[in-house]
Design a protein around this ligand. Structure first.
Ligand SMILES: Nc1ncnc2c1ncn2[C@@H]1O[C@H](COP(=O)(O)OP(=O)(O)OP(=O)(O)O)[C@@H](O)[C@H]1O
Ligand SMILES: [Mg+2]
Length: 210
């Protein structure tokens, strides 16, 4: 039996990392092998690329270079980690995947969506998630959570998090538009509640797969 592939999407601070950890535990408790991964990242090379994408400020990637770096990281992750895991029957839960490319580089940066679709399909060899959970919060909530996390972890916003409000509003709109276009794959969850409240909705959205 092949494993299932579940991705989490949404803007910064919507709660993806919080919820994927819970999902891993819950699926394992049901007896599934679960691999948790994140994008960009999840392999040694992809984590190195993640560092470049988040922190390079002296020679920041132009929009096209940024896209190709994300896709390079994804190609390596799909080929070396996600595909083999799914083939072995492991469930894979990814903190971000292709929809983030369409939202950030397409709706956010303005690169043409048809080019992104082709390039992305090439990078991930046509792999699509079985289910995508879109955690939707308004910009205010997102910003408040990020500020709290920065204070708690003594970190500062990375290069992409620092993009302005208009950028973040565009990508939220993009995520919602994609969810409306693919209602069978993408489940939109209103995620401004407590972690427990959001988790309840996340777990319910998994019912068709389990
Ligand atoms: N439902 C929630 N209510 C309040 N705070 C939350 C909730 N979910 C997560 N948080 C907190 O908000 C911050 C951001 O959450 P988290 O890191 O899970 O978001 P994320 O979507 O992974 O963000 P990023 O896109 O930056 O990786 C964290 O400090 C987390 O503890
Ligand atoms: Mg996160």
């Amino acid at each position: 039996m092949k494993g299932r592939f579940i991705t989490f999407e949404g803007g910064e601070g919507c709660g993806k990392s919080t919820q994927v950890r819970r999902l891993k535990e819950a699926l394992e408790a049901e007896g599934h092998e679960v691999l948790l991964t994140r994008e960009p990242g999840g392999t040694r090379l992809s984590e190195l690329i993640r560092g470049l994408l988040k922190d390079e400020r002296e020679d920041p990637p132009c929009d096209r270079a940024e896209l190709l770096l994300f896709l390079a990281a994804r190609a390596q992750l799909v080929r070396n980690v996600i595909r083999p895991a799914l083939d072995a029957g492991t469930w894979v839960v990814s903190d971000r995947f292709s929809d983030s490319t369409f939202a950030y580089q397409g709706y956010g940066r303005g690169l043409p969506l048809d080019v992104l679709r082709l390039a992305n399909d090439f990078a991930c060899e046509g792999l699509r998630p079985d289910l995508t959970v879109l955690l939707d919060v308004d910009t205010e909530t997102s910003r408040a959570r990020l500020r709290k996390r920065e204070a708690a972890t003594n970190t500062t916003a990375d290069r992409i998090e620092q993009a302005g409000d208009a950028f973040h509003a565009r990508l939220r709109q993009g995520f919602l538009e994609m969810a409306a276009q693919e209602p069978n794959r993408i489940v939109t969850i209103e995620a401004s509640g407590t972690p427990d409240e959001v988790w309840e909705k996340v777990w319910k959205s998994l019912t068709p797969l389990r």
